[in-house]
Design a protein. Structure first.
Length: 255
């Protein structure tokens, strides 16, 4: 079994979800550590609490200590794009393999991320959003190489493959890659981290990946209805979706 760490990047609206995520990865997954990369707009107050929910070390990081970007140079949804690459380009985990779990996702069962030497991609809803592929095509001639979307609620990254992806885009460093984001991103051309990485792996490392359909349930609402999910709401979702491997519960409208 390959060793890996867990990375959770979170907007302050999702801070309340983190304790549920940690509780369930402790029950269901085998990992080395958890790294929280959190919005600096609000203090996170549950660190000591969540340390009681796992036997593994938990580390909290500031966004700006992980990756510095010039958001004014990102031509479309800069905060959203910033959080994508906080995940992909983090280098605080010890292992090359790291599992990114979205901060509105809970893994309810023992989900496998490796089959021998191969990494398992867990596929959720299919979608084909042209601006994602406009971006990947411009930076490295990469299209929708696989016939299903890689957009999901979690993904296992490999730092060595990310390094190769940066190099195949003609870049020598993360900062060089950020220049591509600054140059090409607009309302018709912008990155999607999971699509970019998943299609790159399928094109260049097809013998090292396996695709599997997730058994999941998805919930969502506008933040005007309620800005965050309460403990009682999250517990209700967990208790009413015990037949699922994964649930996610989004709120839209917060930046």
């Amino acid at each position: 079994m390959k060793k890996y760490d867990i990375v959770i990047v979170s907007h302050e609206k999702d801070f309340n979800n983190i304790k549920f995520i940690v509780e369930h990865v402790e029950k269901n997954l085998t990992f080395d550590s958890i790294h929280l990369i959190l919005s600096e707009r609000k203090e996170y107050e549950d660190l000591e609490l969540i340390k009681t929910l796992t036997t593994k070390p938990i580390y909290q990081h500031k966004e700006t200590d992980i990756l510095k970007v010039d958001k004014e140079r990102i031509g479309y949804r800069p905060n959203w794009i910033y959080q994508m690459f906080l995940k992909m380009f983090q280098d605080v985990t010890e292992n090359d393999n790291f599992l990114v779990i979205e901060s509105d996702c809970i893994i309810l069962k023992d989900v496998s991320f490796f089959d021998g030497d191969k990494t398992v991609f867990h596929l959720c809803r299919d979608q084909n959003h042209e601006p994602y592929f406009n971006f990947s095509n411009k930076i490295m001639g990469l299209g929708r190489e696989y016939n299903h979307s890689f957009i999901a609620e979690f993904i296992m990254y490999d730092k060595k493959i990310i390094k190769d992806m940066i190099e195949k885009s003609g870049c020598n460093s993360v900062n060089d890659f950020l220049e591509l984001i600054y140059r090409y991103t607009d309302s018709n051309c912008y990155p999607a981290d999971y699509e970019l990485y998943g299609n790159f792996c399928f094109k260049y490392y097809p013998d090292r990946v396996i695709m599997k359909k997730s058994n999941f349930n998805f919930f969502g609402r506008d933040s005007k209805q309620a800005p965050f999910w309460s403990d009682s709401e999250i517990n209700h979702l967990i208790n009413t979706n015990k037949d699922k491997d994964v649930i996610s519960f989004h709120t839209w409208g917060e930046n």
